[in-house]
Design a protein around this ligand. Structure first.
Ligand code: CAO
Length: 437
């Protein structure tokens, strides 16, 4: 038996690196090439591989320590007879090439930290082929990257709990357990522990969610887990605009056109979005890029017997209020009849959700990914508004703008909302009989 010291190997020209994660503990039996700890320089991370067989007797470093080539990092108890006759290993560089390993049965217990379960193949949603794999963009040690690749987990979708947003092995285990046992369809949420058998407390009836409600549940879970939601509330004075709408709505009704406030709400979006392209955008996390769209396709939430669907009115910047009102009616009718096609429901750059016909005040709509903002509209009500001398009854429309704070700052959101409210008020100047509307 001998007690031997493992040293920090050649760092490939880097003077000093930081210890990120210790991957073994005292008492672990380790083998040749097994990573003992992860190190990080400014631009890359690397593992310190073990260069012999033995049992860890002491760990001499901790996360956050700064180390140089030749520093002691751990001690092993070894038996001369079992010492590996290998050359001193170099540190393992970040492996940015996709592995050729197909995600399949992987014995996690072979990995450091002795995770003892044998992981079965993942649910298909959790798997990615190695060619699709792009984990090099995520923040994790090479060991965790390798393990994620073997398990078919997209590192970028894993909620990280490690230092500085680093994905750890435990985070991967959480995802695997959540997918296998608790949330077979979820991609990012943590396991729920709140389920209780409701029949223990009284009569109840199980109702399976239909296709639309399932799709909504999945999209909302993903958005809730990934988007950094903030909701900004405000009220806009639509007294004149509502009077204007009422002036025209009966004549239009005679032509079978239903002119609701929502058509005006949608009409005012295009000029406001043009002024604030970051609100009409999608965030591509992997590339740290915001895609600002040069088109104004507005999705609107429709409440149908089967659940919520979101048809899209394309190019609203080129449509009159009346054309928007017609499309609102046509698409809502198709939605409620279950006749929407995929083309009717794709490509939105921004979404509105109006509960104005039903009541309520403010609410917190959930961003419809991959968009970065959504406008909630509630029921307009008369309120006493102070004009400096007296209170006047004004019709105030409550607005709730939810946005992704990764893409849009609070001040930007407020500036957008201010411009939107101004645009809405200017619509009273439209000539509703003109063909150019
Ligand atoms: N304030 C006051 N009254 C309003 C209003 C508002 N903000 N919005 C609509 N109304 C009125 C309408 O003017 C209409 O009255 P009139 O017939 O006198 O004109 C009445 O309420 C009913 O309107 P509507 O809801 O049928 O029509 P709409 O164009 O406003 O909305 C649609 C169409 C499809 C968006 C709506 O029917 C709908 O499905 N809303 C639900 C959306 C939803 O579920 N959102 C939640 C998503 S998050 O879970």
């Amino acid at each position: 038996m001998a007690n031997e010291t493992i040293k920090i190997p050649d760092l490939g020209g880097v003077d000093e690196v930081v210890v990120l994660e210790i991957l073994v503990k005292v008492g672990d039996e380790v083998s040749v090439d097994q990573p003992l700890m992860s190190l990080e320089s400014e631009k890359a991370s690397m593992d310190v591989p073990c260069d012999r067989v033995g049992t860890v007797s002491e760990i001499l470093l901790k996360p956050g320590d700064k180390v140089r080539e030749g520093d002691d990092c751990a001690r092993l108890t070894t038996q001369a007879a079992t010492e590996a006759m290998t050359e001193k290993s170099a540190p393992t560089k970040v492996d940015s090439q996709p592995s050729t390993t197909t995600p399949s049965q992987v014995a996690v217990a072979k990995q450091p930290q002795s995770i003892s379960t044998t992981v079965k193949p993942l649910h298909p949603i959790a798997q990615k082929s190695s060619s699709e794999y792009s984990a090099e963009k995520a923040y994790a040690s090479p060991t965790v990257r390798r393990l994620a690749r073997q398990l078919g987990i997209d590192l970028q979708a894993v909620p990280a709990t490690g230092p500085a947003g680093r994905v750890t092995q435990d985070d991967l285990v959480t995802v695997v357990l959540a997918r296998q046992q608790v949330l077979p369809n979820a991609t990012t949420a943590a396991p729920s522990t709140s389920w209780q058998d409701p029949t223990k407390f009284g009569p109840c009836e199980p109702k399976k969610l239909g296709k639309i409600k399932n799709a909504t549940a999945k999209a909302m879970t993903q958005s809730w887990a990934n988007v950094v939601h903030v909701t900004q509330f405000d009220r806009v004075d639509i007294t004149e605009l509502e009077a204007y709408r009422c002036e025209h709505k009966d004549a239009l009704k005679a032509q079978s056109i239903r002119l609701t406030m929502l058509a005006f709400n949608i009409k005012a979006l295009a000029p406001a979005l043009k002024k604030h392209p970051n609100v009409n955008a999608s965030y591509q996390q992997a590339e740290k890029t915001r895609w600002e769209k040069g088109y104004y396709h507005i999705g609107f939430a429709v409440d149908t017997p089967g659940g919520l669907v979101v048809p899209v009115i394309q190019n609203v910047d080129q449509l009159s209020v009346i054309a928007i009102a017609k499309q609102l009616a046509d698409l809502s009718q198709k939605a409620r009849a279950g006749e929407l096609t995929p083309r009717d429901m794709t490509g939105a750059s921004f979404t509105v959700s109006s509960l104005g016909g039903l009541g309520g005040e403010f609410f917190t709509p959930i961003v419809n990914q991959p968009q970065s903002a959504i406008l909630g509209i509630s029921r307009a009500e008369h309120q006493p508004i102070w004009d400096g001398k007296t209170f006047n009854p004004r019709l105030m429309l409550p607005l709730s703008l939810s946005y992704d704070h990764r893409v849009i700052d609070g001040a930007e959101a407020m500036r957008f909302l201010n411009d939107y409210m101004s645009e809405l008020k200017t619509l009273v100047q439209l000539d509703l009989n003109a063909s150019s509307l």
